[in-house]
Structure formats: C-alpha cells, structure tokens
Ligand binder design. Sequence first.
Ligand code: GSH
Length: 228
Amino acid sequence: MARFTLTYFPVQDTKRAAQALKSEAKTSRSPPGRAEVIRLMLKDQGADFDEKVVTMEMWKEGTLKASCLFGQLPMFQDGDLTLYQTNAIRRHLARKLGVYGKDQREAALIDMMDEALQDILNKFIKLMFEKDDTGKEGYLKGLPKDFMPFEKTLSSNEGGFLVGNKISLADYALVLLLIHHEVLSPTFLDAFPSLQDYLKRMCARPNLQAYHQSDEFKSRPIVPEKKA
Ligand SMILES: N[C@@H](CCC(=O)N[C@@H](CS)C(=O)NCC(=O)O)C(=O)O
C-alpha cells in the first residue's frame, strides 16, 4: 500500500482559532481539528503515514495555497492521488482501509451515522471557540438528545459497533466525540450505559489504546482547560 501523507493546519493556526486564542479561552490547548478522525483511522489500522504541518507563515507565502485545488487544506496524498475536502479524504481512506462497511447498505448507514456525528462535532467546535463559558450549560443540556440515537443503536446492534460487526469510519468519529465530551463533562456518559461500555471496548483496541495514551495524543488539543 502506498504511504499516505496528510498536510494540514494545526487548529491554532486557523484564523478562527487565532481569534479564540486571543480571547478568554486562551490556553495552551485548543479544540480538535476535523482531521483528527483521519489520524485515528490510520493509527488504529496500523497504516504508515506522514504528517506535514503547515504554519500560517508558510501559507501566507502563497505557493502552497496556489497549488491546492480549492486553495485550502487539508490535503491528503495516497501515492499519486491527491485529495482535498475533509469528507472526501475520510471516506476514501475508510474505503481503502476496509472500514466502510461490507456492502452498499452498510456504507449508507455509516454515512448517515457519520453525518449525524459531524453535526455534533460542529456544535462542539463552535462551543470550544466561544469567547466565554456562557454556552456550556445549554450545550450540556442538549447532550442526551444528541447522543441518545447512538446509545439506542449500540444497545440494539449485537455486532458491538455502530454498523454491522466490524469497526467503521462512523465508530472512529463516535469514539473521538466521546473522548472529547468526557473531558468536557466527566459524568456525561453516566446516562448512557451502552456508550460507556462501547468506549471502554474501543479504547482497549491495542493500536487505539496506544495512540490514546501517547504523548502525541495528549499533546494534541482536546478541550481548552477553561472549558473542561
Ligand atoms: N470544505 C473544506 C474546508 C477546508 C477549510 O476550511 N480549510 C481551511 C483550514 S481548516 C483553510 O485551508 N483555510 C485557509 C484558507 O482558506 O486560505 C474541507 O472540509 O476540507
């Protein structure tokens, strides 16, 4: 298999993050990027890949931006295939690594779960970038409604995964969200026994466990200290 390369901005270097970091949420850690699920899939599947971090300074120079099809990152290289657009990258990789369901039916269900999880992730990222903590209480109140569909799905799926009986892109997206939300609210999983059990099982997967416990993961921003 060709070696993969992921080229991205660390979240601190995006314009919105730069603004957030100037605000009260200033912290040595900042919110997760949308590329994190790509990294989690690669790590768990034991795939070889390189990461190229682009700083704002490099970006402003202009050559790289001009070479990107849509003038934006992330960029993903799989041999001679160059891809942009996070969702195209995550789905290509899921197909390539065999974590996109066993057939079209499962792939459709994985897409559905993944879209719903991205809706939650977008709300979460918005909260992380808020200048103060005023939105946190309302956000936490909305969690049962947001996560209940996943609790229900897992409690009725004997395969132990969101879709079918094998880990998929949707599981990687859910695991990350659960990890982020546990940092935000350590008791939030109390109301979700199936999600709790699921997270334990997922985090016990050897590659995932090694990554979750690594300095690399810990140094990677999860929840700004002020928001936790
Ligand atoms: N729809 C694109 C959006 C990509 C995007 O917004 N990229 C931002 C960084 S997260 C970027 O490249 N900003 C720099 C610029 O637009 O010059 C995706 O999902 O990948």
